[in-house]
Design a protein around this ligand. Sequence first.
Ligand SMILES: [Zn+2]
Length: 323
Amino acid sequence: MKRLPWFRLLCLGASLICAPAASAQAATPFSVELRYLGKTLNAAQQATVREAAARVSALIASPFVPVTLDLPANSCDSNLPRIREKVQQFFVFVRVSDLGEDKYAEAAPCDLHDGSYLPIYGVVDLNSNGLSDLPRVDLLDTMVHEMLHALGVGTLWEADYRVSLSGKSDDKNLIKKVNGKYYYTAPKALAAYKTLGGTVGAGIPLDADAGHWAGSAVCSEILSGDAGDYTGRVNPVSPLTLGALEDLGYRVNRAAGNRYTLPLKGCPTGSEEDEDAAVSPASNKVYFANCAAARAAGAAPLRRGQPGYRPEMDGDSDGVACE
Ligand SMILES: [Zn+2]
């Protein structure tokens, strides 16, 4: 016999009774909720953003700890609404605005949980300049990159930014500056870098902005400082970025990462580069035994080219599996 979730019954039209029941379900699987503000994206773009949210959610194995927020408007950034709710999922505000000529998007985490210093929500700003011409795959790549920033990768590496909701500071620094250059020094990503054959001197070399892996060291990795130069595909989520998530305090699904080879002899160029680093269906390691498994991971539907997609799961061969 199937057991009825009794708290759901209580919830019908009785929000007061719902509140304690909701707090009991602490182990919600991690998923990135999307909240659009202002100018909205078209349906196809929104589908791509959902795909990016599913991709990033699948990387994280730790549950989100629900937290009650009562924040005035603009507390994290200008043009944000008042937030007064019990937050059950990590969420990002997605906005479209003019960011000038040089970037696809930018992102930041907002308030951080007490204790863990993990973000409760974040903001992703997509550049309205060129957005309508941005190919689907590049929007997908951009959104995965930015959502990782919203989760703290590259944005919460310095102790100064690790301040929680109640104003407590964490003195954990994940990077250091040596002779004017930044290096990543936290253990999980560092171990991954060593395993991949990287030479650890002061640490993993970072870009001058201290928020990305140095483009010259990792080439097309998803959080590479040069990621924007590698277009036409979704750049790989390597063990470096998974390690960086772990260093922040997330548990990760290692199997959800992509195959990745650290380019030890400089970044490949042209067709050589495409062969080496592109994430093709054949080269990704995400595997779902069936659609139930894909749905359980929050990854369905799966589009052709996306990690985990297999033609056998796409019964009507329309390029979308597990619809
Ligand atoms: Zn970035």
